[in-house]
Design a protein around this ligand. Structure first.
Ligand code: CS2
Length: 472
């Protein structure tokens, strides 16, 4: 039997399920990018909130693929979340009412312009923001060019990019008087809310200057930090969920038990009372974001590129390589931590110890190849900011550039072996493979660092170190 509203009563007692009346749930959130990360984390928090307040259901929007809609809509939006630990717990999540696809323009617009919608949220990954290396809207991006063209030519236009959809939503809400809205980025970018706000303002300035002027009254863009390790769904998980729940689920999700969500208290609309789901509202999220992006994500990408080069498959395998694990620990403690200004009360030493224990959790099969996706988009946030700060402080970047060198080698290997790369710059990267200087000259990734000999010399040395099969 397939998971559905009607099948919930057949779930075994140990499997948690929505304790609220889903028929009375109303959509208060339109979420762009209802992939694994959103469904493992934010949608689970809203599921908890729905137990107290029926106004916070989610309408998902998948702009570029049908997979999630095809999997979830026949299940009435329901899916199973497996919480991985020594003992795995299962929970059916009910907060997503429906998933729309990019071709359903009228339905997406209707949801965005509905006065009951108070939040537009997003996990569209780094590339979905269409930013340049300086973090501003990339006006050479094809989707942005298409949006500028479409919006200048017709008042009712079909957006291509995510910033384009936000501009279109604000136009529609302004027109219908639906009221202001909070736009909540949940992606792994420093200053994610402010970057999105800047991108939306720049696009609005190009296509609707009055809207750009009115932006502060129409929307707020809180920063947010979201953390939970979410390995991609595989057939093993589908089988495990089927065995535990007795129901077939087209797209279950898995994540580690730990989760953290810190949101800047900057809501232009009513704030959802997500404290009941363990969410923290803070006046300033930047210190949380910086600690997480530089320490956890920076170490993750280091394990991915160095670990793949050493023949490892998962994060836990890479952590079982004593030389690599101790390299990453030193990188975190001695190189990254000195560049991080933690939020009050966060002890960085303990934070690092906890992150390393999460990485080593054998219950989690997190593929290094998954983390290695989109390197050109991730490295600037995860490692290059740390490199810049370290250079400015006059310290050595010798260890810090090793993951960068490992990424260069990762691209070289893909080119040699004729494999494709999951990266929006894949073609450019593969064309430069084998020429590390040409890779470092990519300003979209490295900005001004490519012209800094302290950086390029260190990467050259890092390439030699890795070539020897060593880490120092
Ligand atoms: C990972 C993140 O895939 C990746 O690049 O580093 O998805 C990481 O697991 C999450 O940010 C943890 O919160």
């Amino acid at each position: 039997m397939r998971l559905s509203q009607g099948a919930l009563s057949a779930l075994p007692a140990g499997v948690a399920k929505p304790g609220y009346d889903r028929a009375g749930m109303r959509a208060g959130v339109v979420h762009f990018g209802p992939g694994a990360f959103h469904r493992a984390h934010q949608a689970a928090a809203f599921d908890t909130l729905l137990g107290h307040d029926p106004r916070w259901g989610i309408t998902g929007v998948s702009l570029h693929s049908r997979g999630v809609a095809d999997g979830l809509n026949p299940q009435g939006g329901l899916y199973t979340l497996a919480l991985l630990d020594a003992v795995t717990d299962y929970r059916v999540i009910g907060s997503i009412g429906q998933v729309l696809t990019g071709d359903q323009t009228a339905a997406i617009l209707a949801a965005l312009a509905d006065p009951q919608t108070r939040i537009i949220s997003a996990t569209v990954t780094e590339k979905g923001y269409c930013l340049d290396a300086g973090g501003a809207l990339d006006i050479r991006n094809a989707a942005i060019l298409a949006d500028i063209d479409a919006a200048r030519n017709a008042p009712v236009w079909q957006p291509s990019s995510f910033p384009g959809w936000v501009v279109r939503a604000l136009q529609a809400r302004r027109h219908s008087g639906a009221g202001p809205i909070t736009v909540l980025s949940c992606d792994n970018l420093t200053d994610n809310g402010r970057k999105l706000e800047g991108a939306v303002r720049s696009l609005a300035e190009a296509v609707d200057p009055e809207l750009a002027q009115a932006l502060p009254e129409l929307a707020s863009f809180p920063n947010a930090m979201v953390d939970s390790i979410t390995p991609a769904t595989d057939d093993a998980l589908r089988a495990q969920v089927m065995a535990a729940t007795g129901l077939e689920d087209a797209w279950p999700i898995q994540r580690e038990r730990f989760s953290q969500w810190v949101i800047e208290d900057r809501f232009v609309t009513e704030r959802p009372e997500l404290e009941c789901a363990g969410v923290t509202f803070a006046a300033d999220v930047r210190p949380f974001e910086q600690a997480k992006l530089r320490l956890l994500n920076g170490a993750h990408s280091s394990l991915a590129y160095i670990g793949l080069g050493r023949g490892h498959e998962t994060v836990a395998d890479a952590m079982a390589d004593a030389e690599l694990a101790s390299f990453v620990e030193r990188l975190m403690r001695e190189d990254i931590a000195p560049t991080v200004s933690p939020p009050p009360g966060l002890d960085l030493g303990h934070y690092i110890t906890d992150v390393l224990a999460r990485f080593a959790n054998p219950a989690i099969r997190h593929l290094l190849s998954q983390i290695a996706w989109d390197g050109s988009q991730k490295l600037p946030y995860r490692l290059l900011g740390t490199v810049r700060d370290t250079l400015s402080a006059g310290r050595s970047v010798e260890r810090l550039v090793l993951p960068v060198a490992a990424w260069v080698r990762f691209v070289d290997r893909a080119a040699r072996e004729g494999r494709s790369l999951v990266d929006p710059l894949a073609d450019t990267l593969l064309a430069r493979a084998g020429d590390w200087r040409a890779m470092l000259a990519l300003t979209e990734v490295f900005g001004d660092l490519g012209a800094d000999s302290r950086f390029t010399n260190a990467v050259e040395h890092g390439l030699e170190v890795l070539e020897r099969g060593s880490l120092s």
